[in-house]
Design a protein around this ligand. Structure first.
Ligand SMILES: Cc1cc2nc3c(=O)[nH]c(=O)nc-3n(C[C@H](O)[C@H](O)[C@H](O)COP(=O)(O)OP(=O)(O)OC[C@H]3O[C@@H](n4cnc5c(N)ncnc54)[C@H](O)[C@@H]3O)c2cc1C
Length: 394
């Protein structure tokens, strides 16, 4: 006899930061929700991100005080409360890379002086980093170093913590069909399991395109913007921050622990935008040159370098530009969302949870069905590493 379909208030498809935060928000409001992940949690963007909870530095540098600047400036305090266990979801188990980011200028101190007065765009005003307590790679650089209240978290640990809170509501599987009607949506998984929900909630990053197609909806609602991020590993000092040039962050470096006590730098910023159209070798050469410009006293001997391609998936902007707020589209009983930034995922989760009915406690996922685990960070995946001496001219 065929199994009766499972009835939920929401079935979330995609287990990155957006899917897990939304599952949490719906559950806390009393909705019956499950999340289905095709592969490993956060594969695509969340585990490849730098984990910075942005507070609006780029708006402060550009002098903008609009709605997007105000929304993002609230995020560090909101995340801080979750990370301290003072606000739901409790994220006190999440490993941190840093409490705040350093900001320094590559050329001249003009933009830094502007930033010191940037109280309008940043909720917490940048402070001058005491000269005698600077992060080691910034000790020798001329000009001042600022500290901005942007915490940096370990994305894999964030996914692990959220998945732990919702262990009985997660399922690994592949969606084969989505049939929406005015009353709800029926999602069929490969293998034949049918889950009926008041809403199907597509939060699959780049995978939203294919899922929208399955639901008979337009893929054109999404845009992707490619990046080629750079990794350096070896005997590197700890550094989390932004080197700025003119009125924008130019080079962003975050530090994670690698295998066997070494450190890994994730390097983004202009080089990653530029590298999207370049080879890995050219991107590594430019990254080494940029790091030498930004951190002239840092010794890169013994380091190895690699790159990874990471598309940012977002709601399509009408002008093809860069959206700066979360994107949410409602097509009847199918919702599709992109947080735009990890930092903004709680805002997207709130907006979705507000639309979902509250039917009570969801039945637990059958223990026999597979459960997804977080994807490994990019430096733990199989990749080619180039020693610094063979990547860059001496
Ligand atoms: C290199 C890089 C650095 C970044 N750094 C930062 C930063 O420092 N701070 C910040 O705020 N933001 C940052 N971002 C942006 C941020 O990472 C993303 O906005 C956010 O992680 C997107 O989360 P998501 O859950 O929507 O998507 P994803 O993390 O991509 O998760 C989507 C999930 O859906 C799953 N999936 C896909 N298709 C299907 C399917 N058919 N069925 C089931 N599951 C499916 C995937 O396996 C994946 O687990 C960065 C982005 C990139 C690319």
């Amino acid at each position: 006899m065929a199994r009766p379909p499972i009835e939920l208030d929401a079935l979330i498809v995609g287990g990155g930061v957006a899917g897990l935060m939304t599952l949490d928000a719906i559950h806390r409001r009393g909705g019956r929700a499950w999340l289905i992940e095709r592969d490993a949690l956060g594969r695509g963007q969340t585990v490849w991100s730098q984990g910075i909870i942005h507070g609006g530095l780029k708006y402060a540098l550009g002098g903008s005080t609009g709605a997007a600047a105000r929304a993002v400036s609230d995020m560090p305090a909101r995340w801080r409360a979750m990370l301290d266990g003072d606000r739901e979801p409790n994220l006190s188990a999440v490993q941190m890379r840093a409490d705040r980011c350093a900001v320094w200028a590559a050329a001249g101190a003009r933009s830094m002086a502007g930033l010191l007065g940037a109280k309008l765009a940043l909720r917490t005003r940048p402070r001058r980093w005491p000269d005698d307590a600077r992060p080691q790679p910034l000790q020798g650089i001329p000009g001042m170093v600022l500290s901005v209240a942007e915490p940096v978290l370990e994305p894999t640990s964030l996914l692990q913590t959220l998945a732990h809170h919702h262990a009985g509501r997660l399922l690994r599987g592949e969606v084969a069909g989505i049939d929406a009607s005015p009353d709800g949506a029926a999602v069929t998984l490969q293998g034949g399991l049918v889950i009926r929900a008041a809403y199907a909630v597509l939060l699959a990053g780049e995978g939203n395109g294919q899922l929208r197609q399955l639901a008979g909806l337009s893929e054109a609602a999404m845009q992707t913007r490619p990046l080629r991020m750079v990794l350096a590993r070896g005997p590197l000092p700890i550094l989390n921050g932004h080197c700025i040039r003119g009125t924008s962050p130019w080079l962003t470096i975050t530090t994670a622990a690698g295998d066997g006590g070494e450190r890994v730098w994730q390097i983004g910023g202009e080089v990653a935008e530029w590298g999207a159209g370049e080879t890995a070798a050219a991107t590594i050469r430019r990254a080494i040159s940029d790091v030498r410009d930004a951190l002239p006293s840092t010794d890169l001997a013994g380091t190895s370098w690699s790159t990874y391609e990471a598309p940012r998936a977002e709601r399509a902007a009408s002008d093809g530009g860069r959206p700066d707020q979360p994107g949410l589209i409602q097509d009847g009983r199918v919702l599709t969302g992109w947080p735009t930034k990890l930092a903004l995922a709680p805002i997207l989760a709130d907006s979705i949870a507000a639309l979902i009915p509250s039917g009570g406690e969801a039945p637990p996922v059958d223990e026999q069905l597979p459960s997804p685990v977080p994807a490994p960070p990019p430096w733990m995946e199989n990749r080619t590493w180039t020693p610094v001496h063979s990547a860059a001219p001496a």
